[in-house]
Every structure is written in structure tokens, then in C-alpha cells.
Design a protein. Sequence first.
Lengths: 322, 339
Amino acid sequence: MWSIETDQTFPLSSVKPFDGLRAYRERCLAETKKALTAATRRRERSPITGSPLLPYGTLEGLDYLRCPDTGSIFLAELPSSAEWARLLSAVSRYRQSRETFHAEIAQTRHENVHHPKLEWIRSTLRMQQLERPAVLEVVTPPSDVTKLLTASGVFRDVMTVNEMDLVMQGPPAAHERYGAAMLFESLDRVDDPAALLQAVVDRLVPNGLIFITSLVCSGFDVAVLGLRNMYLYPPDRTNCFSLHGLERLLAAVGLMLLEVSTPGVLDLEIVDTHLRHDPTVVVSAFERQLMTADAETREAFQTFLQQHRMSSFSRMVGRKRA
Amino acid sequence: MKCLIFGYGYMGKIRYQALRNQPEVRFVNVVDPYVDPSTAELNGILIPANAEIPWEEFDAVLVCTPNNVTAELCVEGLNCCGRVFCEKPPGRSWEDFCRIAEAAERRPGHTLVFGFNHRLHPSVQAAKALIGEGGLGDVLYVKGTYGKSGGLRYRESWRSQPSVAGGGILLDQGIHMLDLFQLFLGRLTAVDAVLARSFWDCGLEDNAFVLLRSERGVPAFLHSSATLWKHTFRLEIGCRNGYLTASGLLSQTGSYGREQLIIGKRQFEDESLALGNPREEIIHFDRDESWDKEIQEFIAAIKEGRPAKHGTLEEARHVMELVRDIYAVSERSLSGRSL
């Protein structure tokens, strides 16, 4: 197994600006609350270990629960899967509209988010000697990256599927076999992440690769800020796994982990931004000292987080066992 | 499958464990005259050194002995069993190697694999995938440093006895780096070499500085040392579009540091970025499957009746030729300088 550290740097404003995020987050929370006015079900057990979930906290009136074995956190109440699918589609359409910050920073997101992801996949395929596989792109359409994937020439074929449909479709047809699959933050937002992962693995050929990115609660900024973290909200972060929890989820569906990395570059800036925007946020003296340290110290600490898998941006590569 | 290991020292133990990890291997016996027969872990598997080897019982032989008996046991293994895994180096000298190669020639359908496991280390495999069409382009140069500190008992070790070891640090450890150079560059020739007996005073080189060139003219430089007080493995590969630095080695003791591969991309086309300080990515590895992969391939080659994909006789020949030439070049340049 390996992990990756990068010295790529970019400011928070170039990928998810704090001010722009607030309006988007409010809309997401409002849409979620609306979806939850329909009949709901309460999650009782951890999707990773099956243990009873414990109370964790409340985010804008919405309960989150905690897996006692892994520390992963989950939104407590969910509507029906059909209603959840509708919610995810509505939010995705909104994200793609001109009303959100995403449109304003499309170019910098391409440079700092989408392009590095493609390079990551390209390098991994090379290292695994997997040449131009057909890839399953698992998203809530429309996707930000389908065009990029298709134009890259890295894949023989790109099949984009709706993550909620995939779970509801049942077993795959014989022709639905892919050499690779990618789930960029899909596991963070679907109502049944274990089922989604299984559905994807069922569609991989033996030795096929799965690429996953996710926000993890074991990472620095989420660990420090908890539910006060403005980047944690449903439906985009309905589930926030710990790194260990995510590893266990992948192992449970028979994936062999090749890479487990947290190459995040923004943990300290996220905490710092919260402190500047909200003086009521309380952090420890250690964290306060870190936030006021010089650039070199902060950079070294962010590097440490990457090296030891403690940043909140995680990515994993798993291989389906032959 | 039943296997026999000659030599139960550091490497013999590693090979024993790797064999035990293979489902095809039912039983492993060990021969080692220096091992106490009452050793609990070897109860029932140690064949007394003076006993006759029941060759017909064994499907494969692994030679993990000091260098002075490597050739003899490989030849015997080839003659009597036909399936041999030989720990590096393949003998003390070019002559030793030739004896093994000739025995292999006389045994059609043989399986002969040499233990050059560094090729299968994750950082090296990743580097191999990334050069050339992997994105970094053709290799411009290679530079390797591989060294250890010796240690308290180094002088007394068989590795420090010329008649047993046959060569110093170059043959013992530098040979791995030479094998890696050839993995990346193809066949090499020795341009110049300075071999020094700097510290250990045991009649063998404890430092080797070697300049090499590939058939396409790509230069390579090796520093192999038994006086690197900090254990070091570092392989730098400069390419047209970037560079790679593999360093650290996943080993049993961890003394070479965390195994990692630095990947840098040439960046001078974009002058808005700092010139000469390109963005780097570092892959940290934490699983070394090289021992298992090597033995897996040996077993698979036997089962499928095909040549092994790595650790081949040809690869061993090339690296032993190179070692022979380096010693010769070093002697020549020493005489030249004396004149």
C-alpha cells in the first residue's frame, strides 16, 4: 500500500471560497430539510460495522450520529431513497447553475481539483499497468469531469451513471464490466454508501481499480471544528467517514487497498478562516498557536498531515480481488 | 511442492517465510551446518549437514549460503533437481557464475532464478512505470547510492573474508544497484572505477565509486559503501520531462528509512513558477511484497514450465560481467595512476 504527498498549493478561495460557500450551504440545508418533511427513517446502525450508532451532535437542527468503532459520522434521518435521489439531483443542478460560486471559479477548480485527479488516475493506471480501461464514472449528473475524462484519452470508454440509480438497479447486466471506476465524494452523499460501493464493485472486472475521494472526519480541520465546520453539511456530506472507517468499508466489499492518502493542502487554512469569520469558534491553545505561527511552521504542519494521513481530503485506490 | 533451502541465515529465513506464504509449497526442509539442530523452530525440518540429500523428494532448491559455496550448490541443485533459486550474488566471481551457467546449459528444461529482489520493490516498480512512455520520457542519467555501516561484527562476518565473499561491498550490495541500473538503462559498460579500502581493513573494498555508460550513451554513477554510517538507499533518475528519486527501503529492520519515490516534473516552460524548484509529489510505500513476488514467480515458472520473468540467467550474466569489468577497470586505473 502507498500514500501520496504533494507540494502543490492553492488557496481555499480558488476551490471552495468561504463566502461563496455560505449561500450554497444554506440552500443545501434548506433542500435537505424540505426532503426530510416527507416520511423519514432513522439510521440505527453503522454502515461500516453494523454497531448501533451513538449521538454525535446537531448541525442546524439536523442530528448526526457516530459509529463507535471508527468515529465516522452520519446524518441521522433520511427520507426514502427516491426522495434522496431527487434531493441530490436538485442540489447538483443548483451547483451547476450560474447562481453558485462553482461557476465563478470553474477554471481554478479545473486546474487545482479536476486536472490533478485525472493525473492521479493516469499515474496509478500506469503503475498498475492497466491500459485504457473502460471507466465507470459514478456521480449525481451532470458531472464536472466527464468531458475531461473523455478528452484525456486515458480511457477506452467513459460510462457516466447516476449513483442513486446504480444502487436501485440491482445486479449488473453481463455487459456492464469496467476496468476502473471513480467515485468522487459519492460515498459522502448517498443514503446507503455500503450498497453503492458493492454495486460498483459488482461492475468491476477482477483486478479492476476503484478511485475514491472523500472528506474524512479524522482529518485535521474536521477534527478540530467538528459540526461547526462550514464545509460539513447535508446532502453533500451526509456521511463523513473517518479514514479508518473508509478503509474498513472498502475492505468489507473485497477490495485490496493499494493507496490510502490524504494529500489535502487546506486543513490549516480552513480552520484559520473559520476563526477569522466566527470569533465564537473555540479552539485549544495549541491550535490557536498553530494558526498564528509563521508560514513555514504552518506549511510543515500541513506536510506532516499529508505524510501521516491526517488531512481531511482523502483519496483511495482499491483493487477488486481476482 | 517440497522445497529445500541451503543456508538458514538472514536470507534463508526470509526465503523460508516467503515459501511458507505460497499455498503450493507443502513442505520446506533446511540444510545448514551452522544451525543448532535443537533449534525449536526447525524441529523436523533441518536435515543434518552430514546426511545425504534425498534429492528425489524435492521439487525445488534455494541456495542462500555464503558466496564460497553458492556455485557448488547451484550446480548440484541443477544436476540433481533442475529447479534452483540462487540468492545474489551468483557466486564469488565471474568464474563461479560461469560454472552455474554451464550447469544450466547441461540441464534442458531447468528453472534457474536469481534473487535480485530490489527490482520488485514498490518504489522501483513505480519508477519503471513512470519513465519513458509513462510520462517522464527517456532517461538522461542515473545515479545511485547504496550503503551500510557495517556494524560491530562486520570484520568477523564471512562477508569480510576475501576467500569466502569473493568481493567487497560492490559484490555484496552494490550489485543490487547495478542490477537496477540495467533495469532502467539496459546493458552497461564500466567506464571508470575507484575502489577503496577505506576503513574496515579486511582486504576487500568498502567503497566503490563507479562510472558507467549504457549502449545508448546514457551515463550512470554508483557509490556503493560499507562506511555509510547512516544506512542509505537512493536512486536518482533524470528524465527528459522530469525526475524520480527513490529512497529508503522497506526492510525488516527499517534502517534504510521509509521507502518513497519523489516525482518531479520539468517546469521551465512555465516561467511564472519558480525555476529550478518544480512541484513534487512523493509516494510513500508501506508494503514490500518483493520477497513474496520473487518466490511466487519462481514457483509459477516451475509450475508452468516456462522461464521466469525476472532474475533470469541473462540478467545475472549481465550484472556479473559488469562486476567483473568494474574490478578490472579499477585495477587498470590504479596501475595507471601508480605509473
